[in-house]
Design a protein around this ligand. Structure first.
Ligand code: FAD
Ligand code: NAI
Length: 466
């Protein structure tokens, strides 16, 4: 049998790749991870989940002070101002701390970081920074990048037409921010700059924001964001954007075609989705192709059709989420080690970290109905004692169960802490819970989570507090 430099070589050190590398090393496999960025952690830690949450958290506190929410609680601030440099500084510190933490974990677990871009030269060989490296197993975890919009050229350094990376780093609060795409990035980063004082207009191709989420949740979210001052141009497409002087001129038209209009903006954020990173990987040299969406197809064990080559994370089908990539990272390493690594793709929660947060797991009401008879229980946050006490009345919990078996098929939540609450719904679904199981589980009082219990009670009977 041929000798290899490594048992496992992972390409990409995002949440998929770094987790796969650490787990492989923990399982006793000689492991390396190729990463071309200067820091580990991929999109998520460097320019995605972490820096966006750092800005969301800080801007939320600023907004609470500025809009009088704190004053209503007796916290009076006589003079306040925005120090954007400090706010950006804490974002940079958060990224530094966590990416450095992964470097520490690599050292601790004896994972070798091979610095540079990796490209296949054979099924068991890649070239990195001019060096050939061989491995018995190679895991592709190269992630994704921003989908470009024809007619709109992103220039993050210029700071006028930006993608999510540029939108995190703006040196000044824009007067008018136009967000192209009413998805997760548009609403999260739109919220950051809105709270700091920008006027925000969301231009969305479809007739509603947040595609893929439960219909009722999408409608309610739309209403809440409108109340917060977001402006929408739904059913509208951007056909071009040009930097003119200190601003940007956008031309838009109805999605179905029609009269062209101009919108003026200070900054334009392009957030129309992300696409898998496979360019330059040399997939053709190992006979591996991509599907119509540019993704690498895999089996349930994350093996590609090329023996010894595996793939996980944003580069394969499924939601482009860090926790999905991480779970796949653990599973692929376990499969390589001869164990049984499985990810239940039916129970992957998703969260939008706006205020309130929006979270869901499992089927939407529409998808569940299409599958068979269902029962639905709902409970408004307005009737939840903790949310009411905290002045957080917006939102609801919805539990969707199979009409016959009562098995929970989906849970949707709009609430300030929906991202934390959804974990118990995911766990309940993973354990095959019925709505009755949730309804008869004792929930601590007073917590937002009691709204999940009450929504579950509403599936077959009546909640107490409504
Ligand atoms: P990535 O994190 O993209 O990592 C891939 C790595 O591979 C990169 O570092 C890249 O440099 C490297 N690479 C690529 N090609 C090569 C090569 N040939 N050789 C060497 N290295 C290579 N998800 C959530 O779940 N929650 C969130 O709150 C969240 N917020 C987000 C906010 C923003 C603004 C963005 C953009 C994304 C967010 N995401 C969030 C999505 C999340 O970041 C991704 O789903 C996740 O990072 C995917 O992990 P991955 O390991 O597949 O790929
Ligand atoms: P998205 O897929 O969430 O939303 C893109 C939006 O753009 C959709 O509503 C789509 O209809 C719209 N769109 C597409 N083409 C358009 C056009 N030409 N004009 C106007 N609108 C158009 O993608 P987004 O927001 O870019 O985020 C990418 C991915 O990053 C997400 O799918 C998600 O997986 C991940 N992410 C996750 C976060 C989280 O978990 N909290 C936060 C941020 C990103």
């Amino acid at each position: 049998m041929a000798d290899f430099d490594y048992d496992v070589l992972v390409i990409g050190a995002g949440p998929g790749g770094y987790v796969a590398a650490i787990r492989a090393a923990q399982l006793g496999l000689k492991t390396a991870c190729a990463e071309s960025r200067e820091t580990l952690g991929g999109t998520c830690l460097n320019v995605g989940c972490i820096p966006s949450k750092a800005m969301l958290h800080a801007s939320e506190l600023y907004d609470e002070a500025a809009n009088g929410a704190l004053a209503k609680l007796g916290v009076k601030i006589d003079a306040m101002s925005l120090d954007l440099d400090t706010m950006q500084g804490q974002r940079i510190d958060a990224v530094k701390g966590l990416t450095g933490g992964i470097e520490f974990l690599f050292k601790k677990n004896k994972v070798t970081w091979l610095k540079g871009l990796a490209s296949f030269t054979g099924a068991n060989t890649v070239e990195i920074a001019g060096e050939k490296v061989t491995a018995k197993n190679i895991v592709i975890a190269t992630g994704s990048s921003v989908t470009p919009l024809p007619g709109v050229t992103v220039d993050n350094a210029g700071g006028r037409i930006v993608d999510s990376t540029g939108a995190l780093e703006l040196a000044k609060v824009p007067g008018h921010l136009v967000v192209v795409g009413g998805g997760v990035i548009g609403l999260e980063l739109g919220s950051v700059w809105k709270r700091l004082g920008a006027k925000v207009t969301v231009v969305e191709f479809l007739d509603q924001i947040l595609p893929g989420m439960d219909g009722e949740v999408r409608k309610e979210a739309n209403k809440i964001f409108k109340k917060q001052g977001f402006e929408y141009r739904l059913g509208t497409k951007v056909t071009s954007a040009q930097v003119v002087g200190d601003g940007v001129k956008l031309t838009v038209e109805p999605a179905a075609g029609g009269a062209v209009e101009t919108i003026e903006a200070d900054v334009v954020l392009v957030s129309i989705g992300r696409r898998p990173n496979t360019e330059g990987l040399g997939l053709d040299r190992i006979g591996l192709d991509v599907n119509q969406r540019g993704q690498i197809e895999i089996g349930h064990d994350f093996a590609t059709k090329v023996p010894g080559v595996w793939a996980i994370g944003d580069v394969v089908p499924g939601p482009m989420l860090a926790h999905k990539a991480e779970d796949e990272g653990i599973a692929v390493a376990e499969n390589i080690a001869g164990l049984t690594g499985i990810v239940n793709h039916d129970v992957i929660p998703s969260v939008v970290y706006t205020k309130p947060e929006i979270a869901g797991v499992g089927l939407t009401e529409e998808a569940a109905k299409a599958r068979g008879e269902i029962k639905v229980g709902k409970f408004p946050m307005l009737a939840n004692s903790r949310a009411k006490t905290n002045h957080e009345p917006d939102g609801f919990v919805k539990v969707i169960a199979d009409a016959e078996s009562d098995k929970v098929l989906g849970v949707w939540i709009i609430a300030t802490v929906a991202g934390t609450m959804i974990a118990q719904a995911a766990q309940a679904m993973e354990f095959g819970a019925s709505s009755e199981d949730i309804a008869y589980t004792c929930h601590a009082h007073p917590t937002h989570s009691e709204a999940i219990k009450e929504a579950a009670m509403a599936v077959t009977g009546k909640p107490i507090h409504m």
